[in-house]
Design a protein around this ligand. Structure first.
Ligand SMILES: [Zn+2]
Length: 197
C-alpha cells in the first residue's frame, strides 16, 4: 500500500521546451509512471520495463519508446536493471515543504549563480541540494544551487565531495564557488578543490 496518495507536477513544466515537444502518449505515460512509482513507494525506483508494461497494461515496445523519450527530458534515469523517477522525493513531499520557498528561491538562486549550472556551466534547469536532503540538507538558499538537468540527475543523492571530483568537468574554481555559497558550513569542500588543482 502506498504511503502517499499523490504525486506533484510543477507549473514550470509548461515552460519546459523539451517537455512541450513530447508526444501526447509519452505525456500520459509520464503521469502513469509517476503514479506507479508512488504506489511502489521505493524512492522512485521502478522495476524493469517488462514489469512496468504489465502494471500499466501497455505494449512493452511502445513503453520502451516512451521511456526513452522521458529519459531524454530528464524525467527518468536508468537505475540498475530498471528505472528511476527523477526528483521523486520532491514530487511526493507534502505540499508546503517544497512549494513555499521554492518558486521564490529559484529565481534568487539562478541569479546568484549567473544563470548557469554551478557544476558544469550548463543551462539553469534545476535547483540542486548540495547536501542531499537524505543527508539532512535543508531547503535554504545556502544549500541550493543552480544545476543543469544532467548534473542534477547524475549527482542525485550523492555527496558533492564524492560525486563532483569524478566528473570530467570538475573544476577547482567551481568547487571554491560552491564552498563559498555554502559559506563556511562546508569548509572541507575547499580541501577537495585544492586536491584537484
Ligand atoms: Zn551541469
Amino acid at each position: 500500500m502506498a504511503a502517499s496518495y499523490y504525486m506533484k507536477l510543477y507549473y514550470e513544466i509548461l515552460d519546459d521546451r523539451k517537455m512541450a515537444k513530447l508526444p501526447d502518449r509519452a505525456w500520459r505515460r509520464c503521469l502513469e509512471i509517476f503514479l506507479y512509482a508512488g504506489e511502489l513507494h521505493q524512492d522512485g525506483v521502478l522495476p524493469p520495463t517488462e514489469d512496468i508494461a504489465w502494471r500499466l497494461r501497455v505494449d512493452e515496445d511502445d513503453l520502451a519508446e516512451d521511456i526513452e523519450l522521458l529519459e531524454s527530458v530528464g524525467i527518468l534515469a536508468q537505475y540498475g536493471e530498471g528505472w528511476l523517477v527523477a526528483k521523486f522525493a520532491e514530487r511526493q513531499a507534502p505540499s508546503g515543504i517544497y512549494d513555499q520557498g521554492y518558486a521564490l528561491h529559484r529565481e534568487e538562486v539562478y541569479k546568484r549563480d549567473g544563470y548557469q549550472c554551478v557544476y558544469c556551466g550548463g543551462p539553469p534547469e534545476h535547483l540542486d541540494h548540495v547536501i542531499p536532503q537524505s543527508k539532512g540538507g535543508g531547503h535554504d538558499i545556502r544549500n541550493l544551487v543552480t544545476s543543469c538537468a544532467r548534473c542534477n540527475l547524475s549527482k542525485n543523492n550523492k555527496d558533492v565531495k564524492d560525486w563532483y571530483p569524478l566528473q570530467d568537468f570538475c573544476s577547482a574554481d567551481r568547487l571554491r564557488n560552491i564552498a563559498y555559497i555554502l559559506s563556511g558550513e562546508n569548509d572541507d569542500l575547499c580541501q577537495v578543490g585544492a586536491e584537484n588543482e
